[in-house]
Structure formats: C-alpha cells, structure tokens
Design a protein around this ligand. Sequence first.
Ligand SMILES: [Fe+2]
Length: 377
Amino acid sequence: MSATVPTAISVDEAGAVLTIVRHGRTPLRAHAMWLRDRCECGDCRRSTTNERLLDQAALDPTTVIREASLSDSDDLMIVFSDGHQWTSGVGDVAVQIDPESDGPMGGRTRWPIGSFATFARSDLRDDVAVLEMLDRFVADGAVVVTGVEPSESGLRDTAGLIGQIQMTNYGPTWSFEASVDPVSEVESMHMLRMHTDLPYREQPAGVQLNLAISISSAGGASTFVDGYSMAEILREENPRAWDLLTSVHFEYPYLRSKVRLRGGGPLVGLDDVGHYGIVRRAPDLVGTPRVAAQDTADLYAAVRRWGEIVDDPANQIHVGLRPGELVIFDNHRLLHGRTAFTLQPGERRHLMGCYLEMDELRNTISVLRAASGGETR
Ligand SMILES: [Fe+2]
C-alpha cells in the first residue's frame, strides 16, 4: 500500500465526519460510526484473538466525534460521544478508505526482470530468511530454490516452508515424466503454450511448486511471463481492451470422466480493491465469454492482442531447472509454459509439483512478519 502524507485533520460541525487532508491528494472522509467501529481497545476487541467484544450491529447510530487530534508522529486520537477514546496511526486509517488506488500492480514489481531471485534451501533455516524469500516471491511472482532433495519428500519439505499442500484433482502432488509415447500434451516433447493451471476451478491454486527430479535432456526450459505486467502493457495501449479483459466472464469447462468442473472468471481478474487478482489462461480449455453483442468484436480483438503479448518470447523468462532445483511461482499471476525438446535414448525429463492456496502464503507471511515485530495486528 502506498504511504499517505497527512497534513491536517478536521471534524465537521455535527461531529459526524472526520476529514484527513493530505499533500497533493484527495482528502479522505471517515464517518464517526466507522471510526468508532475500528476501535481495537480491550473493551472492543479481545487482545489475544482480536475477536469482537463490541457488536457491530449494536453500534449507537447517534455516535459523533467529540474531539480529534493528530500528533507530530501521525497518531490520530479521537474521543467519541459515548466517552470512548482511541488512538491509531492515521496512515492505517487512511489506507483502509483511500479511494485512490495505488494502481492494479498493488506495489508488485513490473516486469521485465532479468531473472528470478535464487535461494539455497540450506539457507532457509530461520524465519528471517524464509520471510525474505516470500517477500521476493510476492514482489516478482516467483523464486527459485536450489539444493532441494530431488524427491517427493524434498518437494514437501520446501512446500512446508509456506504452508499446507492443497489437494486438487491431480492429488496432493503430481509427477510427470516426458515420454516418446505420451498420453497427454504435458508428457509430450512439444512446446507447451503459456497457461495458468486450474483455471476451471472457482479458486485456482495460488502457489505452485515445480521440482526437477531428473533432467538429462537438452531443451525443455520452463517459460514464465507475468500476466500482471502484461496486462499493464494492454492497459496503456488500449484501455477499452483492458476493461473488457478484466470484466468479461469466461467459462472454463473441464470435462473428464471423474472431474467435471466449470469454474471461470475474467481472463485477468481484479480483486476488491482494484489490484490484479486471478489470471486465467488455457487456450485449449477456455469456453465462451458472457458478453453483450455490442462488445463481442472488441472483446475478441482484446483476447487476440492479449495472446500476442503473453506469447511474445521477448516478454518471457526461461528457467532451465537442474535436478534438485525448484521454482515457486504465483499461479494467479504468472503464466507458464515450456519450450520443445527431444528425448534421446536413455534421456529423462521428470518433474514433480504441488499447489498451495494463496491464503497459506499470506498467512505465513503475516505470522512471520508479526513474529519479527513488523506488524502489530
Ligand atoms: Fe501447467
């Protein structure tokens, strides 16, 4: 979130609305009831669990502000009509009601980036090191971990730094080995187009781990592109195309004998504060959009242009994983694929992977940050 620069506060005559005036930005207005509701004191919230002691539905509708002041250190102090008083950092208040979004990237790194940051598994032994890696993941969309035992237990060990593995229709972990006689495209030696995994789920897994178990073939590098940064390119060159791509719902039917899922959403989803959320792309699975006739031609043009941008090799990062190397990437944000390769007699290409919900990552980051004193709540 962006930092705010408060300069002054004022309260209207009735005591109903507090205004925070900031340098060069739209003033923020907060209602007395909302401010009263935010109180985190021991009478309003249980200090151990943050559970409510003040019932939101029982807030007095006649609540007004009797007194408000801003300290030199930007602490906002308010006294309410019920005699209650609280103090809070004004920045924390502002960030919750700021209508000026900091842009859809939400503070993440805009690509191009040269390569993914690399961390040795042996260095990820304490909370500070793990938090540094996870912060890098959030900023860039992916990190590489080296020195992982090339086995399922090595995969589970690194996943355990983030949280619980998510069970999907592929099981808790998946494993595939390239074959000269493949059942599916992923087991073939063909190039795999840039895609996201599980777009047919209402909530696709947010974090994906791919570990190289045995690689002895030339070629077959994993390719990645940042859907968020690519959406920014589209937004800048054609806002109308961006609007359609971020709002029109696409069906994603996935119909197999034991799996019949029909989740879906915009190709580039936004979250509830306007930051990029879930990107869905699987050209071989995508269904039809729910689009008005008058928007259809523009939408298909937007989809075509979007495809050109994400499939452009100039926008992609290639990662040639060696055995024991693992890439952790954001499956809501990055699209991934693979370059073509040729297996010679005796050569192998074996990868294992798993998924975690994005909540696991967010939880771990928040817990580690709180433990390091970086967060009070
Ligand atoms: Fe995939």
